[in-house]
Write a protein that binds this ligand. Structure first.
Ligand SMILES: [Mg+2]
Length: 237
């Protein structure tokens, strides 16, 4: 991150899942909730199959850079499992969109609120670019963004690493790609998307890497981008 010119960064665009919160921690909590659901209701095991098929189909849609994402994400799992599209949609909305909201506050990464505050103080707009609609998740996380762009918005209709959504966000911010910074958690999705769009990027990881692309703690980014002192933030990595 030190090789980037932080003064030239005029806006920051965040991925949501796995970037603003610990995806592993959320998955563990959801796994327990799903297990309770299955034990209470034998038909609950069908929920597990639907969610597994949905996740696999979403990965395939991203790799193919397919269009019609909003429809195909439900239609493909429904075809594979031989069940109505509406059943897939309802299951996904309940277990992937609504249920996790209660757990999100405890899964939020430490320091993300200080980075958002620092960006606001430095006058930089904050955007989010997510594979799913993100307004409810941001609210649950206690964070506010100036711009929300989702891969399933009709004008985007492409999952990362296709750069359409990122370039759309850059245009909506009224900036050049080189003036924005994308912060994500998956190099093969967020990193690749940024490289194709010509947008500088950072990847949230367990710890900092020597190339400066991966960082371990958000305070490190705040210190670098918002010129705050490391000592004040208690930065560890
Ligand atoms: Mg992510």
């Amino acid at each position: 991150m030190l090789s980037l010119d932080q003064a030239g960064i005029r806006a920051v665009i965040f991925d949501v899942d796995g970037t603003l919160y610990d995806h592993g921690a959320l998955r563990r909590r959801m796994r327990s909730a799903l297990l309770r659901h299955c034990l209470a209701k034998p038909s609950g095991f069908r929920t597990l199959l639907i969610l597994k098929a949905f996740r696999e189909m979403r990965e395939a849609l991203a790799e193919e850079e397919a269009s019609e994402v909003a429809v195909e994400q439900y239609a493909r799992p429904a075809r594979r499992l031989g069940i109505p599209v509406e059943t897939v949609r309802r299951t996904v909305e309940t277990w992937m969109h609504e249920h996790p909201l209660a757990y999100l506050p405890t899964c939020r990464f430490d320091g993300i609120d200080r980075l958002f505050d620092g960006l606001r103080r430095s006058g930089r707009p904050i955007a989010v670019l997510s594979d799913y609609p993100s307004a409810a998740k941001l609210k649950a996380l206690g964070l506010e963004a100036d711009l929300h762009v989702s891969a399933v918005d009709p004008e985007i209709d492409r999952l990362k690493p296709n750069p359409k959504g990122l370039l759309h966000a850059v245009a909506r911010l009224g900036l050049e790609p080189s003036q924005c910074l994308l912060v994500g958690d998956r190099d093969e999705r967020d990193g690749e998307c940024a490289r194709r769009a010509g947008v500088p990027y950072l990847i949230k990881a367990k710890r900092q890497s020597d190339d400066g692309i991966r960082f371990g703690h958000f305070d490190r980014v705040t210190q670098w981008l918002c010129a705050e002192r490391c000592d004040d933030l208690g930065v560890v990595g």
